[in-house]
Every structure is written in C-alpha cells, then in structure tokens.
Design a protein around this ligand. Structure first.
Ligand SMILES: *Cc1c(COP(=O)(O)O)cnc(C)c1O
Length: 448
C-alpha cells in the first residue's frame, strides 16, 4: 500500500500543515471563505537569500523584483525588507512600489508606453528609467532640458536572438514590440549615436523573455547588451555605460516541488556567455553594476491557492469536481492550459492530504464558460463535495492578478510564517473582496 504512494516532498508537507491550520483557524470555510491564497514568507526569504548568494557581491547588484508578478503592497514591502529593489511597468505599479516604501533609487521603471507625465514623475523622483524607443528618448531630452538627470537612465535593447516555447512570453524575437533592435540593418549604429549624443545614458537594459526561454538564450541576450555597452565605452573612450540591467525571466518548474533552474545555474550561464558582465573589461575595475528584474522565480513556488469542492458529477464517463478556483485566479492556465499547466493536490475537509486510488477527473472552476478548468483528465484521489484542492506554484501571476469575469471576487491572501516553536502563523496580505459590496457610480448630480 505505502509502496504505491510516493513520499510527500517537504514542500507538500508544509502545504498540508498550512491548510490544516487555515481550516482550524477558519481562514478556509465551506460557507464563508471557499477560496483563499497563501504566500509562504519563510520560503520567500530563503529564495531571496539564494538570489543574493548567486551573484557576486561587488559591485553591488540591485535585485529589483518585477512588481507585475505579485503587486500586493505587503508582499512588495516584505521584499524591500529582504533587500530587494522593485521593477515597475505602469504608474499603478510605481504607486504600489512607493507605497511599499522603496526608495526611488531602488525602483526601475520599464514600460513600452510611458506617458510624458509618467516620465516626468519618474525623473523628478529619481527613479531609474529604461527607455524603450527613440521617441521616448526624445521626451526624456525635453524633460531634462539640458539638466543632468538624478535617475539612472538606460535604453532597452533587443538582441533579436529568438524566442522560447511560449510566444507571448518571448521578447527577443526579431519583431518583438520591446526595445531598440540590435540586429536590424543600421540600428546598432543609430543607437550608438544616441548614446554618444547623451552622456547621461549610462545603462543598457535587456530582458529576453519570461517562462519558456532557455537559459542560454537569456544569457546570450545579456551578452549582446554587454557587447553593445563595450562598444559605447570604446567609442567614447571612457566608461560612460556603467551598468547592465539584465532583466528577469528565469523560468519556473511547475511539474514538481524541485526549484530548477536555480539562480546559481543562471549565473553560471552568464559567466559562460557574457563573461565581460563580471570582468574588468572596458576599464571597469569590478565589472559592470548589475540590476536584475526577476519576478516569477522569486514568488511562484512560494505561493499556493486553496479552494473547496462544491459539487462533483460525472459527464460522459468523466468525473468532474466543481471547485471555487478557476479563471479568476488562474487566468493563464484556463485560457492557455498547454503553456501553463498547474499541479492539483487533493485534501479532505480538514486539510489532510487525501489518500486512495487515483481516478482521472476534471477540476473545474466556478465561472460560466465550459473552458473554466484548472486541470483536465487529472489522476487524483476521487474528489468529493467539501474536499479542498490546493494549487501549488501560484505565488506569481496567479491570485495576485485576478480576472474579474463573472464578478467573481478577489480572494483573501495570507502570509505564512513559522514561529520559533514551530507554530504556523498567518497575516492578512489582502482582504477578500465582498461580492455584495458593489461599486456603484453615484447618479451624477445635475447631469444633463
Ligand atoms: C515581466 C518582466 C520581468 C519579470 O519577468 P519574470 O519572468 O517574472 O522574471 C522583468 N523585466 C521586464 C522588463 C519584464 O517585462
């Protein structure tokens, strides 16, 4: 009997402990709270520690968390306390980074659509800015009006080396919407001229893509950015470009609880493909200053979602469990299940891991369209009403970025820490939305 069931991983055991405690404390309740999400703050601290350890300590590296991966202000504040900076891509994310207490010079503003007002705001604050294109550079010229910027300013380059397995996540393709192309005819020369004309352009930025991009493709993209920086510095005859922002994009393993690839293995790839990033080349005593922008790899495996099974049925011979987690918290998986498969774990009403023979079943969400499925034809102990499903690896880009279809409310999110005595403690990171609390515009007084 026991031989048939693989031993649970430490991470699965921890999820079970958290779930059992959450049920005991009423954070999950079949009537009052059928869906909730958890961020393992001890896990986050360990991940950030491994990120800091993977990179050399000099010159200092600013690890700017990509806010879009999980923009809950208490999560951002936790990452700030752990020594990270913050990468933002909209005014809303900038506002959240400031609310989380990041100093402006620890914030990096990337976006292909920055408005004039946003650029002025960022430059006034001293937030680092990566320009996406020449029109944006011209706006920065006008905003600076001859003054030296307080902000670190760079240009995002696109190596045009190619994409990964998920087209929507691949930004280094020949026709990507991001950055200034390096491989198009004449483009490199034009960009070099832009740097020579603007001594305050002191950074080069690249981000080769997210989930699905092979490590060596990412590292070769960084190598292209470094090579361009060396070209600028050689042409100017001094170290105008002092830093490289290498972006984020380290992929996450959604198949099991192993953390792979590691930050360390990526740094190994960077050392192989872009040695000048860390070397004394181009007259930089300790190599370039580095900014990173990891998002998914920092948070994904440190969060999970839990939902009650409301009903079960059989259709065409297929068992189906209708749960309270669907498209509103797993949007990418529901709309693009092949690119974004998620694991599902079966627990009983007390949060205990369910045992028993595996049965192929569909795990459905609550939304009103047939495709609202978390998993199809998945082998699990047969789910029953009142059971709980856990969805691991959803700490980034899932419950933190809900989809409001069907007026489904945003679930509560709890941070989890283990105290010295081994007890699991919770802190509220986001209140659950109350579906009965409907935002209604006041009838406009005196409207025509
Ligand atoms: C999305 C994004 C990131 C973060 O990507 P992850 O895959 O979450 O690490 C970093 N930089 C830029 C410019 C991005 O668009």
């Amino acid at each position: 009997m026991t031989g048939l069931i693989p031993a649970p991983s430490p991470a699965a055991e921890r999820r079970e402990r958290i779930l059992r405690e959450a049920v005991l404390q009423g954070l999950l309740d079949p009537e009052r709270s059928q869906l909730a999400a958890f961020v393992d703050l001890d896990g986050v601290a360990a991940t950030v520690e491994s990120l800091h350890r993977a990179f050399p300590s000099a010159p200092p590296v600013l690890h700017a968390f990509a806010a879009k991966a999980n923009s809950l202000v208490p999560v951002l504040a936790e990452l700030r306390r752990l020594g990270m900076g913050c990468e933002v891509a909209t005014a809303g994310e900038l506002a959240r980074a400031l609310a989380a207490g990041f100093a402006p010079d620890r914030i990096v503003f990337d976006s292909p659509a920055k408005t004039q007002a946003e650029l002025r705001r960022a430059l006034d604050l001293g937030v680092a800015v990566n320009a996406d294109n020449y029109q944006e550079l011209a706006r920065i010229d006008r905003a600076l009006d001859g003054r030296a910027p307080v902000s670190r300013i760079g240009v995002r380059v696109n190596s045009q080396l190619g994409g990964g397995t998920i087209a929507a996540m691949s930004t280094a393709t020949s026709t990507s919407k991001f950055g200034v192309p390096l491989a198009d005819r004449g483009s490199r020369r034009e960009l070099l001229r832009a740097y020579l004309d603007r001594p305050w352009l002191t950074w080069v930025h690249t981000h080769a893509g997210s989930q699905g991009c092979p490590l060596d493709l990412m590292a070769r993209g960084v190598a292209q950015a470094v090579e361009f920086a060396e070209e600028v510095n050689a042409a100017v005859g001094r170290r105008q470009v002092v830093g490289i922002d290498i972006g984020g994009g380290l992929p996450v393993n959604f198949a099991d609880d192993e953390t792979t690839p590691t930050f360390e293995s990526y740094v190994g790839q960077l050392r192989t493909h872009a040695p000048a990033l860390f070397s004394e080349a181009s007259g930089l005593r300790d190599g370039y200053e580095i900014v990173t922008e990891f998002g998914r790899s920092v948070l994904a495996k440190n969060g999970f979602t839990a939902a009650y099974v409301e009903y079960t049925k059989s259709m065409g011979g297929r068992p189906i469990a209708v749960t309270h987690a669907g498209v509103q918290v797993a949007t990418r998986t529901v709309f693009n299940p092949d690119a974004w498969p998620l694991r599902i774990e079966a627990h009983d009403a007390s949060g205990r891991t369910k045992q028993g023979r595996s049965v192929r079943q569909d795990i459905a969400g609550p939304a009103c369209f047939a495709g609202d499925l978390l998993a199809r034809d998945r082998a699990l102990p047969l789910l029953e009403p009142g059971d709980i499903v856990a969805v691991p690896d959803t700490g980034a880009y899932y419950f933190s970025t809900p989809f409001h279809y069907n007026s489904l409310p945003e679930p509560a999110v709890y941070g989890v820490r283990t105290a010295g005595d081994g007890r699991v403690g919770f802190e509220l990171l986001r209140r659950a939305q109350d579906p009965w609390d409907v935002p209604v515009l006041e009838p406009a007084v005196g409207a025509r």
